[in-house]
Structures are given as C-alpha cells and as structure tokens.
Design a protein around this ligand. Structure first.
Ligand code: SF4
Ligand code: SF4
Length: 117
C-alpha cells in the first residue's frame, strides 16, 4: 500500500507521458510513410508499380500515361516506390491523411520529392 502511494505521488510530479496533440505534433522517423506522392511528369508509364501493388491502388492511366493512386485503397506498404525505376513515388511525413469525402482520396498529390535520396 505504501509503495503504491509513493508511486502515485512520484507520478504526480512527473510530466505527462502523452503529447498535446493536435497542439504539438509528434516527430516521425526518417522512413515514415505518410501521404503517397507521385511526380507524374517524370513517370515513364512502365507499370511496375501497378503490377506490384497488393491492393490495386495504383494504376497507369491509359490516357494520361502516368501513374495515379487511389489513396482510399493504398495501405502505404511502399512496394510501388521500391520498384519504380525512376524513383518518382515518395511518401511525405504527414500523418494526417483523413479526408472528408471518399472521392477526395482520388485527388492526386504530385510533386518532386523535396529530399530525394
Ligand atoms: S504504397 Fe503499397 S498499397 Fe499504396 S499504392 Fe504503393 S504498392 Fe499500392
Ligand atoms: S513504376 Fe514509376 S515510372 Fe513506372 S509507372 Fe509506376 S510511377 Fe511510373
């Protein structure tokens, strides 16, 4: 009983274990996969991402001739980025990936990787 009271008192003096989200955002690791982006201008339409995607989330648009992703199907496994020969698929650090409407997950997030390895 005494040890429990001591533990409670000790914990009362410590800072909280939880962070004050959303006021304070957590840091993520270097290899964190947040939002998927495709630099569509540099896509060579090879379809390697499409054939390797386990959920069918990414396809090469036959008219536009570049890869497009449905983020509602994407499980952020990173396989597409691994097999892409020109490394135009990348993931940002953003972990706030919820959209209000399902159709918004089809919106493409293009752009070159700002920290291309
Ligand atoms: S990260 Fe995985 S699930 Fe998402 S598009 Fe790429 S291969 Fe498909
Ligand atoms: S693997 Fe890369 S280059 Fe090939 S279609 Fe997919 S995004 Fe384009």
């Amino acid at each position: 009983m005494v040890s429990m009271v001591l533990k409670v008192l000790k914990n009362l003096l410590k800072r909280p274990f939880t962070s004050e989200y959303p006021k304070k955002k957590s840091k993520v690791s270097i290899n964190f996969r947040g939002v998927i982006h495709i630099d569509q201008k540099k896509c060579i339409s090879c379809k390697l991402c499409e054939v390797n995607c386990p959920t069918g989330a990414i396809i090469v648009d036959p008219k536009k001739k570049y890869a497009v992703v449905d983020r509602s199907l994407c499980i952020l496994c990173g396989l597409c980025a691994e097999v892409c020969p020109v490394k135009v698929i990348w993931f940002s650090n953003d972990y706030e990936i919820a959209e209000k409407k399902k159709k918004h997950y089809k919106k493409q997030l293009p752009g070159a990787n700002p920290v291309k390895k």
